[in-house]
Design a protein. Sequence first.
Length: 321
Amino acid sequence: MEKLSSISVFAPATVANVTCGFDVLGFAIDAPGDTLELTLTETGEVRITEITGDEGKLPLAVEKNTAGVAVLEYLKHLGIKQGVDIRLHKQMPLGSGLGSSAASAVGAAFAINELMGAPLERKDLLPFALEGERAACGFAHADNAAAALMGGFVLVRSYEPLDVVNISVPEDLFVTVIHPDVEVPTKQMRKLLKEQVPLKDAVTQWGNVGGLIAGLMSSDYALIGRSMEDVIVEPLRSTLIPGFQEVRKAAMEAGALGFGISGSGPSQFTFSQGPETAQKVAEAMEEVIKSLGFTYQVYVSKVNMQGPTVLAAEAQQQSTV
C-alpha cells in the first residue's frame, strides 16, 4: 500500500440531542459538512495554512482550533513528530446547531489517521475529536462528534468511561433540517440550563428517550413521533429562536413525525416517514421562515450512515535521486 502524502476528506453535519436526549443522542446528515485538506510536510510542525467560509472568525493558531487540536492529540498519542499542513473549508454556518466544530475535529482526526496508514480503528479516533470539541466550545460532549465519526444514529451511554452505542434506524426515515440565518452561540444556550430538574420531568424525559430508541430499532414510526418531546431543555432554549412555535406548527401540520431543536439551535429538525413527506415539511417550514424575513438553508436527507469520507488522496512521490 502506497503511503499517502495528502488527503481531502468530507465530514458531515450532525443533529444532537434529538429532542429528549440532551448530550446523549445524535445522528449524522448528508449535508452540509466540512471539507479538510491535510498535507504531510518536513517542517515537523502542525500548521493551519488556510480557513475558508468562516468570515475570519476561527483561529489559525493550531492549539486553539478544533481541527488543529485533534491532529496534535492524535500525533501525541502515537508519539509521532510529523509536519502537517491543514486547510479547512467551512461549509456550514458557525453557531448553527449542526455540529460545526465536531465536523472539523472529526474530519481532521479521520484524515491524519488515513495519512498515517490508518493504524487506529475509526471508533478509537473519538477521544482526539473530543479534545478538538473542548478547545472549540469548552465542552467535550460526544453526541455530535460520535455521530459525525461513526455515522448513523448514536447513543452516548456513558461519558466516564466513554461508551457509544450505534442505534439502527428505519429504512424510510427521512430528516428535514432548516437553518435560519440567526447565530445563537452554544455557550449562551448552555447558560439557560438549570442545574436541577423536577423528578416528574426527569421521569417523562427518560420515558421519551427509551421510547425514541425503541421506535427507531423497531421501525415504529408512531412511537418515534410521540417520543419526540423535550420537557427539560427545549422549553428554555426555544424562547431564543425566532418563530420556533410557528415553524413547529407548520412542520407538524405538513406531516412530520416530530420536531425539535438541532443541538443548541437555531437550526430545527424533523423526522418524516418517506421522502415526499420530508419535502412537504421542508416547504412548510420555509414558508414560515420567509414570512419572518430571515434567509435560511434547508436540507433533506436520510440519516447519513457513512460518517467522514475520502474525497481525494495523493500518494507520496518516490525520490529518484
